[in-house]
Design a protein around this ligand. Sequence first.
Ligand code: CIR
Length: 269
Amino acid sequence: MALVAITRDVSANIGECALSFVQRSPIDVDRAIVQHHGYRRALESLGCEVIALPAQDALPDAVFVEDVALVLDEIAVVTRPGAASRRGEAESVAQALAGYRPLLRIIAPGTLDGGDVLRFDRDIFVGQSARSNADGIAQLRALLAGHGYRVHGVATRGCLHLKSAATQVADGTLLVQPAWVDPAIFAGYRLVEVDPAEEHAANALRIGAGVVHPDCFPRTRQRLQDAGIAVTTVDVSELQKAEGAVTCCSLVFDTVPAVGVTTGAAAPA
Ligand code: CIR
């Protein structure tokens, strides 16, 4: 396994970011940059080769590279983000990915944010959010059918993306916020619920045998550890003010995927 993490430097204008469910509050850009460096170091400590794309200062949300692409074992899908202000972010990430995977694309009128895409091997759950529309989900289903993936639309409520509400934290195991997605959708998986006092704690980034998780959620961290999951903590408080979390700041994938073999090891999406 050779993991790569594509990231992008924080925009100087991150304070102008799109917001949906978080109240706007001033973002300390210098602090956000320091926290983002810490996030990159965490990925490196977990074995990732980190690619740092230069900041796009005209695009406030460009640090959240997860939303503009989806990297699977065989191909990558360049998305068309639901927020018009974010559509200019995709092309440079597509260029960075082109050396690793053949590229497919979501086109108008479809919209899809990578934050809505939750992969379990050949099953791909996609949040039917304000950012990912029915056309985008149908396009994704058609693009991936030939590669043996099943795409399932999932209703979300009260949150930005499906991965605000649920992320994979180990083989067959989900960390879930039941207020934002119906856990019954994931019947058959082992579920770890966030602590009720930590509303935004369901977004964890799985890398290898452990997860990266914000340090401000100690109760949910304990639940993960009790479930046998190793947790690496990061301080991303300034990025959280931009409605970001830990999955959204990188695209992590294996440069030499075992295509056709189900390992569940890298959990790239
Ligand atoms: C947005 O509203 O698009 C950004 N402010 C936050 C995007 C976070 N993305 C993610 O969690 N996948």
